[in-house]
Every structure is written in structure tokens, then in C-alpha cells.
Ligand binder design. Sequence first.
Ligand code: THG
Length: 271
Amino acid sequence: MLIIAERINGMFTDVKRAIMDKDKKVIQDLAKKQTDAGASYLDVNVGTAAADQEGTIQWLVESIQETCSTPLCLDSQKPDVIAAGLKVLNAGNGGLLNSTPLNKKNDDEILDRFIEMATQAGPKVGVIALTMDKNGVPQDTDNRVAIAAEIVSKAMEKGFDTQRLFIDPIVLPVKVPNAQVQPTNILNAMDQIKYLCDPAPHMTVGLSNLSQGTNQRSLINRVFLAMAMSHGLDSAIADTFDEDLMNIVATSEMLMNKQIYSDSFLKVYAS
Ligand code: THG
């Protein structure tokens, strides 16, 4: 299971303030702490913290890379922002370009551009693609799978190794009216997406989206993560500072026979 640490995101007030004050230390601290907590990648998302998205993602990437070699996950739906981040990314460490829909009303070729950028960046750089198209986010299982199938065939067409492709079936807040059927729809979609090609594409979700606005945030995130792992989820953008969440990842892997059982399996996993 790859955990993509979510905290370097301008959505959080401490990060937003650090971006506005150009205070590297806050960002570097988060990078190190999330790495120590078990992050495989660090998400980097400017959010609404700055008008200059391109300059800011570069400042974030450079600040992080000064202290930490954890691969980065450049997070923007704007290809130009991703391209700016890529200019300064040390792609030799690996990386992810997050996130593109299949297509957009005003940009039929956005997925092609993400795939081309990842291809140019080198063999260790992957793409996270959302099961979303010009009509928006599908609410049911079938349309999620249909869009995922188009994403996979586009990758194959362009000679992009599907093991570098991460499909995100899009988790929405469970609290939103009528959204309570979505977690089940997502699990059903994941059951099918993993058979779209061999080897299967990776699958990821923005886990914390699920619990936004609820007052049982970590409980909801933890339970859904365990459920989704049993349906083939092999990565997630998540809160690495939630220790129980990280222990659930380790325990799920052990119970799924991906890690051998020993009394110290939590410690073994963390190391
Ligand atoms: N899929 C992909 N990428 C994504 C998402 C996704 N990137 C962004 C996001 N969704 C995943 N990251 C987060 C980060 C934080 C929160 C949710 C998802 C979050 N933040 C608090 C909130 O909104 O309540 C902020 C709290 C604070 O300000 O302190 O929940 O789905 N591919």
C-alpha cells in the first residue's frame, strides 16, 4: 500500500500561511514528519493559497527537495501548473502527476498531456487519472468503470505502462445529500477496474474527502480505507499523522497475507 501524504496542501491554514509568508520551514517540517510517519509520496497542492500557482508549486517542490528525497505527487488539475512543478522536480526519485480527468469540456486532450508529461519525465513518474469526464463525476458504478476503461485504453494507445497509471474513482463527502450510496458504488467499481488490464492499474482515492463536514472524521476514514483495501485499493492520499489509520494499513496488509504475521508486525511494517 502506497500512502500519499495529504498535508502539503494550501487548503490547510498552516500551509496557506507558510505559502503567503514564504516560510520554508513549515513546509520542510511537514515533509520530514510525513515521511517519518510512513509516507511513500508527498502530495503537493497549492490550493487557493496563491494566485501564482506555477511559481508557488515550484517554490514548494524546491523547498521540500532541499531537505527530503521522498517522491512528490504534484497535485493540480491544471496541466500548466503540473508542467511548472515538473521543471524543478527531481524525477529520478519518482513522482506522480495528480490529477487529470479523461477529458474536459474545454480540453479534450488533458489526459494525453498528463501522459506525455509523465513519459517525458522518465520511467519512474506515474499519472493519477480521475474517473471523470466532460459531463462531470459519474454517480453510479457503471459509468465510473466505463471512464476507467477509456483511461486505460488511452494509456495503452500511447504506450504508457499501465503500472504507471493510478485510477481514482473519486470519493465525495458521505454527508452530502444522496451521497451515502457512493462508497458502495466505489467499491463495486474497484472490483471491476482491477480487471481492466493485466497487470492491473493502480487505484487510489482522496480518502479524507469522504469525512469532510462530519464529526467522526478519522473513524469514517479508517473504516473505509480497510474496506477499500479489501477491494483492491493499493494507494491513498491520506493523513499520515493518523497513527491508527497507518496501523490499519499495516494490519489490513497482514490479514490479506501481503505481510507475514509476527507479533511485531506493526513495527516490521513501519520499518
Ligand atoms: N483525488 C485525487 N487527489 C486529491 C483528492 C482526490 N487531492 C486533494 C484531495 N482530494 C485530497 N487531499 C485532501 C486534503 C485535505 C482534506 C481532504 C482531502 C481535508 N481537509 C480539511 C477539510 O477540508 O475539512 C481541512 C482542515 C483544515 O483546514 O485544517 O479534509 O480526491 N487524486
